[in-house]
Design a protein around this ligand. Sequence first.
Ligand code: ADP
Length: 401
Amino acid sequence: MNVLVVNAGSSSLKYQLFDTTAGVVRAKGLCERIGIDGKIKHTNLESGAVYETEIAMPNHTVATKIVIDALTSAEYGSVKSMDEIEAVGHRVVHGGAYFSESVLVTDEVMAKLELCRDLAPLHTPAHIMGIEGCTEAMPGTPQVLVFDTAFHTASMPEKAYVYPVSYDMYEKYAVRRYGAHGTSHRYVAGECIKLLGGKAEGTKIITCHLGNGSSISAVKDGKVIDTSMGFTPLAGIEMGTRCGDIDPAIVPYIMNKTGMTPDEVNNYMNKKCGFLGVSGISSDCRDVCAAAKEGNHRAQLALDIVVYEIQKFIGAYTVAMGGLDAIVFTAGIGENDSAMRENVCKGLEFMGVDFDAEKNANRYSSATEISKPTSKVKVFMIPTNEELVIAKDTEAIVKAL
Ligand code: ADP
């Protein structure tokens, strides 16, 4: 089945055309600067043809039409007409408490998605425009929504998702833990279960998605029982520009001291903290690592903080699950930064982690065990593939129609 996977961000739209039967990506591309000016880079992975141009993209609906023109182009496209695309799968950042699994787009689903605007104000409007753009360009082609929150909200127990604020905040305003990166956690946990023997029951896995945004999940019997991101993706460990968990009293304190408004303090915690804020150098882990190597104390501190926080989550989630079979590293940092993986696993020997530093030091492009064969707790590097999950969910839902 030809499935178009669409990932509409606040000012960007990434896409991949999958042939799910052959299990290959036929084309991929990225629209950027939507709402500013607009630019597309499209690659036909079968012929190698690349199309790159600047073109006006006032909104996501227009961007979707430009993507469709690229996919059907005689010169660099992959299909003769959009009729050959049998389904569209959309990545959706926030499904609130309304969606705990992937769903087919219907009027009722769109009405519920509208209710998620408040929870992801930058992303939800982009998703809605992306869906509407596809509906206009491909009327009749089924569309499926795959939610970043669903893997978490489907199974987290109440004690992990209700915050100890007054209960009316949960009832009236939906204040609870939702988590994020769920599609990535689901993919790597699934791959890890295969590596552990294929049976989800009885497995206890901690998945560490470490990228520009980072989250850690406890996955027991193949289901999430807790995750580090919370009501929003600001929670959890230190990230590129996000502070992660801090004493909540710091927020009104710095507002009083600096005169920041609620919006300003929110922007500050999302954009000016984390690696960037602590190191004063960059939000990019590579820059921070390079500065630390040159002896920059604050860069080293930013790295020490994140390693310490990841270790604390591993400790807490091991207790929450009553044991641990495997730790998985994924995403930009988790897949590429061998020093980060080594530093996190150093000191975990007491809980049965026998890390293979030599094996870990190499670069790998596919799932690799980086603990010693005798290690009680396995450690894996598993490249994430959220698009594949979206394509497969879309295929399954559309085939069942
Ligand atoms: P996003 O959350 O934006 O999807 P990614 O998963 O692409 O982010 O991760 C981006 C992060 O990965 C950046 O901090 C970047 O420095 C880091 N990264 C990428 N490659 C390497 C590498 N070789 N060594 C260390 N960090 C890396």
